[in-house]
Design a protein around this ligand. Sequence first.
Ligand code: ZN
Length: 156
Amino acid sequence: MSILKIVKNGDPVLKMIAQELDPAMIKTAKIQQLIFDMVETMYAAKGVGIAAPQIGESLRLFIAESSSGPIALINPIFSNISLKKSNDDEGCLSVPGHFDRVKRSKHVDVEALNMHGDKIKFSADNFFAIVLQHEMDHLNGLLFIDRVEEQKIWKK
Ligand code: ZN
């Protein structure tokens, strides 16, 4: 396993809409290695989530720390996104030293493929839901600081 370089704010890969990962590719050595390396990189950086674009791979794949350890979510889709929002401090491994409040839904249902290529579905609440939404944003070319800006504009 190896620790990968985390790309920082300003790198164009962070602004791209990431590509769906071909399910037939999930079990390849390349993707399995990528998943293990992303987990190791996330822990080394003391993060609770890391998305593929953050290590320079524009793929719809992220790792999130769950109550039962790290999970890989591939081609994730949200539903039942709650209107009830939290407004908590967030940071990002790609935006070092910066923290700000972001409004996020308190609940989401998630459907995705796991690292074995199996379909999984679960509900997430509160902190875990926030992590998932933050990582999903990375797959859509958004950083949390973009959300902060957007929310300031709406307040005006
Ligand atoms: Zn981030």
